[in-house]
Write a protein that binds this ligand. Structure first.
Ligand code: IPM
Ligand code: MG
Length: 355
């Protein structure tokens, strides 16, 4: 029997609750599809800082690198907001991405028909939206040097090298080949030199993908177009900070940030996590929506292991739970037949898989 080694990083806030449900669903799909999972738990974020004084202990990196994939919940919370920057949970996460070399962050935004009323946009605008933000994750202004601050100035540098742009562009084009074959590269080439290089290199790489329709958009216009007519997009290729912003914006098309998964991939290993944060305000109450994390398990099966049947089973079980009217509290006012807890939602989805 095939066996996959998974590093489990639950993190802070609602992280542990939603990961437990993802594990429940993964176990049930594994037994249906005939593979085995071995979990090793590792710590990152505020909980790791509390125990070790470091939001990203070396052991977490080691466990992750010796696994086949990482399943990650969420980190952070007010409790750690006043720590010096390098001790903060977010710094641990950024270092984690860098150490694992996960340069491509894939963030799909899909509108489920069942939840079309949950979107803050009109159903006629969002119906059928199915796009993917491909965000460069370990370069750009998040990591560029020089950076620093003194009493009166703070500075960061947005820098991309040709090689960094080439590898993320390939990712976007490859993903687009499995979708509608459209890539919109988002930059600010009318103002930024780094974006000019970005655009030139993306055009070069696109020559290897003659079937792809490549367009370019300035980031301000892209922010506007996402709201005006989101269905025009298939794959959005962009840098680190623009992708951070646009993926949050795109997530709202679907109505709840609690629905959307993500994958961060590179040459070595992938990290699969919900796009939402640790929501400390609702932690421990059993009301968090586990669907984004469960959908992240589906991305893991699809992209890391090629277990397409298992991934499809999870996706259809999620759709079924929604179409039967099961809702966690965040979506309770949208056509709910039954409001369920975090763990009930996990069990419902797991049961659909087993049947
Ligand atoms: C995200 C988050 C992170 C980011 C933060 C927590 C560092 O917003 O994953 O989008 O900016 O990348
Ligand atoms: Mg973000």
């Amino acid at each position: 029997m095939k066996k996959y080694k998974i590093a489990l990083i639950k993190g802070d806030g609602i992280g542990p609750e939603i990961i437990d449900e993802a594990v429940k669903v993964l176990d049930s799909v594994a037994s249906c599809c005939g593979f085995d999972i071995a979990y090793t738990e590792a710590f990152m974020g505020g909980c790791a800082y509390d125990i070790t004084g470091d939001p990203l202990p070396q052991e977490t990196i080691n466990i992750s690198l010796s696994s086949d994939a990482v399943l990650f919940g969420a980190i952070g919370g007010e409790k750690w907001d006043n720590l010096p920057r390098e001790k903060r949970p977010e710094s641990g996460l950024l270092r984690f991405r860098k150490e694992l070399g996960v340069y491509a962050n894939l963030r799909p935004a899909v509108v489920y028909d069942e939840l079309i009323n949950a979107s803050s946009l009109k159903p006629s605008i969002v119906k059928g939206v199915d796009l993917m933000v491909v965000r460069e994750l370990i370069g750009g202004i998040y990591f560029g040097e020089p950076k620093g601050r003194d009493e009166n100035r703070g500075w960061n540098t947005m820098v991309y090298t040709r090689d960094e742009i080439i590898r993320i562009a390939h990712q976007a084009f490859k993903i687009a080949m499995t979708r509608k074959k459209k890539v919109c590269s988002v930059d600010k080439a009318n103002v930024l030199d780094v974006s000019q290089l970005w655009r030139e290199v993306v055009i070069e790489v696109s020559k290897e993908y003659p079937e792809i329709e490549l367009t370019h958009m300035y980031v301000d216009n892209a922010a506007m177009q996402l709201i005006r007519d989101p269905r025009q997009f298939d794959v959005i290729l962009t840098g680190n900070i623009f992708g951070d912003i646009l993926s949050d914006e795109a997530s709202m098309l679907s109505g709840s940030i609690g629905l959307l998964p993500s994958a961060s991939v590179g040459a070595k290993i992938g990290v699969y996590e919900p796009i939402h944060g640790s929501a400390p305000d609702i932690a421990g109450q059993g009301i968090a929506n586990p669907i984004a994390t469960i959908a992240s398990v589906s991305m893991m099966l699809r992209y890391a292991f090629g277990e397409i049947i298992a991934a499809d089973k999870i996706d259809s079980a999620i759709k079924r739970a929604l179409s039967e009217g099961y809702r966690t509290k965040d979506l309770a006012q949208y056509d709910a037949k039954e409001v369920c807890s975090t763990s009930e939602m996990g069990s419902i989805i797991a049961n659909y898989i087993e049947r």
